[in-house]
Write a protein that binds this ligand. Sequence first.
Ligand code: RUQ
Ligand code: CUA
Length: 681
Amino acid sequence: MKRNTLILMVLTLVIVAGCTLVPRRAKEPEAPAGGEAVDISTAGLSADAAAIAQERQLSPADITAALKTYLPTGVHDDYVIFASGGHSGQMLVIGVPSMRLLKVIGVFTPEPWQGWGYGVGNEILDEGNINGQEIRWADTHHPALSETAGDYDGEWVFINDKANARVAVIDLRDFETKQIVKNPIAVNDHGATMVTPNTEYVIEGGQYAAPLGWEYASLDDYNEEYRGMVTFWKFNRDTGRLDAANSFALELPPYWQDLCDAGKLVSEGWVFCNSFNAERATGGIEEGNPPFEAGASQGDTDYMHIINLKQAEAAFEAGKTTEVKGFPVISLQTAIDEGILYLTPEPKSPHGVDISPDGQFLVVSGKLDPHVTVYSFDKIASTIDAQRWDTDDYGVPVLALDDVKEAQVEVGLGPLHSQFDNQGYVYTSLFLDSAVARWTLGGDFADLHPEDPWQLVGKIPVHYNIGHLLTAEGDTVSPDGKYLVAMNKWAIDRFANVGPLLPQNFQLIDIDNTGEGMQLLYDMPIGIGEPHYAQMIAYDKLQPWEVYPEIGWDPHTQAVSDNAVQPGEEKIVRDGNQVEIFMTAVRSHFTPEHVEIQEGDHVIWHITNIERAYDATHGFSIPAYNINLSIEPGEAVTIEFDADQPGVFSYYCTEFCSALHLEMTGYLLVQPSGSAAAVGE
Ligand code: RUQ
Ligand code: CUA
């Protein structure tokens, strides 16, 4: 660390003192230079560095940014981002500060490198089918890392599919998707996924209202028939699965619920969801109605939903539910009667509600209001206790804004989402300003900024049109500060032109130099979809396996498979027209290398990678049969197919695993039915 600081100071001084720099482009505010001049030779620094910097026209800020993000070979990142893969339906894993893409995890979409959906994973992908229709893409929005006591624990990560209201579970022991659930009562979602502080529940809030179960109803009956919802999926850590039998939903008014967040510490046991279109506009521009964009922003306020999850859980356990498509739903009336649901106004067309690390403050930004509005949980609780409220058209209690508001802070144009650090600062994305605003919390955080709680204290431009942003451990009870990533919707001129469809731009920002502003460090193009949200966890909290724990491991059950094949036990067993193949893979051969069967056979093929070496993965593909597997060290897989195509098919290993990798192959010979060979002549 000390050496880095020294190098940084030296380089800064060399550049400032010795070079005439030609600015190539508009620059961010530069990092301040400082310290005493140091002799380059005693610092052990190459004298060429200044020349390189000059030749590449690097400013002092560029050099500090490079030094802060560069990792020498073999050095690991301090943080890992789990980002939504947007339309790709996948999860991106990115190192910080290097911003290197470490992995794309196959989730809702088949992924060939991981062999996800080409013989393995198909049953999990099928869990996400809708009425028998295969859905093999997703609009992933919000990943959520599992938490213990409000802190990321590095064990699981969840993500939603907005387009189809589905939730996926990824196990961080092997970074593989284990489950997909389709929400039975909603066809799309948005306020997902968020977890309660001990990951008891994974929250899935809806968005565009529809009759529950998405049965047909005329838009003329919108107020009566259309509904919002939030679903609480019970997570079972022992099985590593969402447990539908212990999950339930809450019927909500047909306001378009947007994003949710779980309360923590003082607000633990509560869930908050913002909404837009409290106007209940139903669109129809083609019939002369106001378009949604106008109709849904006519009013000055929308509604934040305040949900007493403990009460909801009690109502569910007491059986105070009705069933929609076989799924238990707490009706709106029950939610009112049981004290489960409350509303309070929020400035128009907000996007998101974010809860401060102490659980006390709820931050909401109206996209069309230059302020963030901060609510106090204490005030919400005391207003509810005092039963001081009006009601909306459905009879839901509405708490007056003045009763529950703590502060409003003017931050800039188009505020969307907020994140927190460990210095009492909040960072709010400004979509219209293309900037990140930094402002101060009050309350218990006021000690950190006694002179100016609830004040805007800085802004940094980003490029361009930022949506979400994330800070290190930013959704936990103890954020780390240090880094912020702006998730920008538009890149425009930041990267080489790759045609009219441009990548998203993740910008890494140093927020650790408190009091000295924020520094833009790095631009990372995301050329795979639009990742809406991401979370950043300390790398040392992750404990992934290097190889599967034992030979013959089934990643789906996370136990040794009954179908594991030990070396020496390879065989081909025929039973009628069913052929079962027991195969091992090890550098550089499959055993067996000849598989001769007959057209029409049903094939069950078990393969175990018997390697114990780190990184000794083998692939396995069969042409024309759409089979492509990745078999990691220790892993056992089983595939099944009907041998409906006669001919000669060379299967081979698709990972360059060794010097004799090309020889890691074999023949699948499928005799045509009725041929001499097939009838055994
Ligand atoms: S939203 S800014 Cu889905 Cu969280 Cu996109
Ligand atoms: Cu195994 Cu290539």
